[in-house]
Design a protein around this ligand. Structure first.
Ligand SMILES: C[S@@+](CC[C@H](N)C(=O)[O-])C[C@H]1O[C@@H](n2cnc3c(N)ncnc32)[C@H](O)[C@@H]1O
Length: 284
């Protein structure tokens, strides 16, 4: 299927992506469009490190769901991905037709071939390998999250995954859930090493925000990070990165199913298997 790369679709006779896939009403609601350049770079770096087949895949498809008031983070993502695999196809979707029209009208930086279309959780009928949905579900009721997770994961290409994440405006705090067709797989916390790691609680994925209370495993995880941070304060002589890596190492030794290794921990990032923090479950 050959598709036109949208820069000024209203001045051409080429069909649009929405014409091709026949999407009428996107699933979802228009929400705030706040975004900023570089805002999602921690998640994007993690995506590259955790998508081993990206390099060899033939024209993989990535959807940036809910790109916001400006497609700047979609272009950030496309630039990063194309450095690894120049054949990658990136489509920015938003439920707001005005935001899609504005994105199409904007000249792409460095000629990056990104497409834009109106679409919601139904992913505009596409079957992507990866969906990045950042700061989208955070604006929905927690009770709807699992329904929308199922909607998105049911539309993935085989082996595909979704990153549902949230971050703050300053880009210092972020967290994201990796989801496949089998459900949530992991939670990643990207903390601000200038303070206590538990401050990332302010940016937990929607499903976990109200679960950060006594008795819930995600609360136990955040408390374990803060306790370790306080106990290993002496490690500050080696810098906050070493201190955080030591905290995570201790958590792993205590039985938390933690992925990655010291290189990522030193960035202030830690990935935990979903089974350990799923709401209502308990370990330790
Ligand atoms: C806060 S902005 C996020 C922008 C960017 N992803 C970021 O994190 O910087 C949220 C955007 O998601 C869009 N949105 C909300 N629900 C959506 C849905 N179900 N599908 C696609 N876009 C959606 C809103 O219209 C808005 O433009």
């Amino acid at each position: 299927m050959t598709l036109f790369v949208f820069s000024r679709p209203h001045k051409t006779k080429n069909v649009t992506l929405n014409d091709v896939v026949g999407v009428r009403r996107p699933l979802g609601a228009v929400t705030r469009g706040t975004t900023a350049p570089g805002r999602l770079r921690r998640a994007d770096r993690w995506l590259l490190a955790n998508w081993p087949s990206l390099r060899s895949a033939a024209r993989p498809l990535v959807v940036d769901l809910g790109f916001g008031a400006s497609p700047v983070t979609t272009y950030d993502l496309a630039a990063r991905l194309r450095r690894v695999n120049p054949s990658v196809r990136v489509v920015g979707l938003d439920v707001d037709p005005a935001r899609v029209a504005a994105a199409r009208a904007e000249p792409p930086p460095a000629g990056l071939p990104v497409e834009f279309a109106v679409g919601g959780f139904e992913l505009a009928g596409l079957r992507p390998d990866v969906v990045r949905a950042f700061n989208v579900l955070r604006q929905y009721p927690a009770g709807e999250v699992e329904k929308w997770w199922a909607e998105m994961t049911g539309r993935l290409a085989p082996g595909g995954f979704v990153l549902d994440g949230t971050c703050d405006e300053s880009r210092r705090l972020a967290s994201w859930v990796r989801l496949t067709a089998s459900g949530p797989q992991s939670l990643t916390l990207a903390v601000d090493l200038s303070g206590s790691p538990g401050l990332v609680a302010a940016r937990l994925p929607k499903l976990l925000i109200s679960r950060n209370v006594d008795g819930e495993p995600v609360h136990r995880l955040l408390r374990a990070l803060d306790d370790g941070w306080a106990r290993l304060a002496w490690r500050s002589v080696f810098g906050p990165r070493q201190r955080f890596a030591a905290v995570v190492e201790e958590l792993r030794a205590a039985g938390w199913p933690i992925a990655d290794g010291p290189a990522r921990w030193r960035r202030g990032e830690v990935t935990v298997a979903w089974t350990a923090i799923a709401p209502g479950l308990s370990i330790g």
